[in-house]
Write a protein that binds this ligand. Structure first.
Ligand SMILES: [Zn+2]
Length: 389
């Protein structure tokens, strides 16, 4: 049975699919895609200090085309919290006043539904296509994200499943559909620094070594250092201090240790290693004789920018055609699975509005779901046209 984007959205929202294992939601999606000609691989990955995860890979490429555009997304949802705080059951997918309510509506089940509906209509209207279409759907983007998209991409490479272009359906618009698409993302790296000084009496600071003073100096140097002025598509890189702690031994004791955490969001004029080098250098210069430091870090993703000459203009023009205005080509916001995909294919993110994502009473506007479906349809159409030239 053919379902439209709204009906598909409802079906997906009605299956509570928390991060990890949920075969029901991917079976539903896979069965639907099989009916419109896709071949599906259900992939379960586990290990690497994380829980097992279900993923779906589906592809339709009847002419073995060299160019394959994928839609990447996630079916997993964050917890709904206190159900009683919701005006409408988070899994009922009720439509009220032109909005569809439910956990995962904005982030990002309705977008998946839109792409499925757009593809179905597109294939119905074509006698033959000069490219392939694929789906890369994981049930773990919201939590660890270890056994999801990254491992599907590795599996694809091993099994010669080509991917050349990719749309990620994360909600990219702050307030209304069509405002913003994402053509890249900043990189992110989190640091923890511990300064080890020498404990002592506050009255005799000359025979102690206060780690808090050193830490504050270091943080000030790091915070005052201008990383860059921003680049063509990126805001200036930024460092934010997220916590400062010491042992709090009392009003008359210089503590032995003090710790801080900070995060750096960096643009395409840096990479994680250049940021790490910079922080290391500041530590070496600031933490003087007698004190020690212990620096730890975790890289969440490198910055990237997709080719501004192919997929990005296709997407921007499609949005303009449906909404009447060109979207902002943005690189703002947090990381997404696009950070894995960019190593394999040109990637652009376009989805619904993120304003209610993860919140109580999450919803998407019916009108905007229809606009997104039409936009995806336009993207497929111009993708086909552009490949012919
Ligand atoms: Zn999401």
């Amino acid at each position: 049975m053919k379902l439209n984007a709204i009906e598909l959205s409802q079906k997906l929202i009605q299956i509570p699919s928390y991060s990890g294992l949920n075969s029901e939601v991917l079976d539903f999606l896979g069965n639907y895609l099989k009916k419109i000609g896709f071949s599906c691989d259900y992939l379960q990955f586990e290990g690497d200090n994380s829980y097992p995860v279900n993923n779906l890979h589906a592809v339709f490429n009847p002419n073995n085309s060299e160019n394959i555009i994928y839609f990447a997304g996630h079916t997993d949802i964050v917890r709904e919290g206190d159900k009683l705080s919701w005006t409408h059951d988070p899994f009922a997918a009720k439509i009220i006043d032109g909005k569809i309510f439910g956990r995962g509506a904005a982030d990002m089940k309705c977008a998946i539904a839109c792409f499925v509906a757009a593809v179905e209509e597109f294939l119905k209207n074509q006698n033959s296509i000069n490219f392939g279409i694929g789906f890369l759907i994981t049930n773990d983007e919201e939590a660890d994200g270890i056994n999801g998209t990254a491992k599907v991409l590795q599996w694809m490479q091993k099994n010669n499943k080509k991917i050349t272009h990719c749309l990620v359906g994360e909600p990219t618009n702050p307030k209304k559909f069509g405002e913003m698409i994402k053509i890249g993302r900043r990189g992110s790296i989190s640091f923890q620094i511990k300064i080890i000084g020498k404990q002592g009496h506050v009255a005799y600071p000359d025979i102690a070594l206060n780690p808090i003073t050193i830490l504050i100096n270091l943080l000030k140097i790091l915070k005052d250092h201008k990383l860059d002025e921003g680049t063509k598509f990126f805001d200036p890189s930024n460092l934010e201090i997220t916590s400062i702690q010491s042992q709090n031994l009392g009003g008359n004791v210089i503590p032995n240790e003090a710790e801080a955490a900070f995060n750096v969001r960096f643009n395409d004029s840096h990479n994680s290693q250049s940021i790490i080098n910079l922080v290391e250098y500041a530590c070496q210069k600031t933490v003087g004789f007698g004190a020690k430091y212990d620096l730890k870090y975790r890289v969440s993703g490198e910055s990237f920018l997709s080719n501004p000459n192919f997929l990005a203009p296709i997407v921007a023009n499609a949005v303009e055609k449906i909404c009447g205005e060109k979207p902002i080509l943005s690189t703002t916001g947090g990381t997404s699975d696009a950070r894995f995909i960019k190593d394999y294919a040109e990637v652009v993110e376009i989805g619904l509005v993120n304003e209610t994502a993860h919140k109580i009473d999450e919803y998407s506007e019916i009108l905007e779901i229809e606009q997104l479906q039409k936009t995806y349809y336009e993207i497929l159409k111009s993708f086909a046209q552009k490949l012919e030239f």
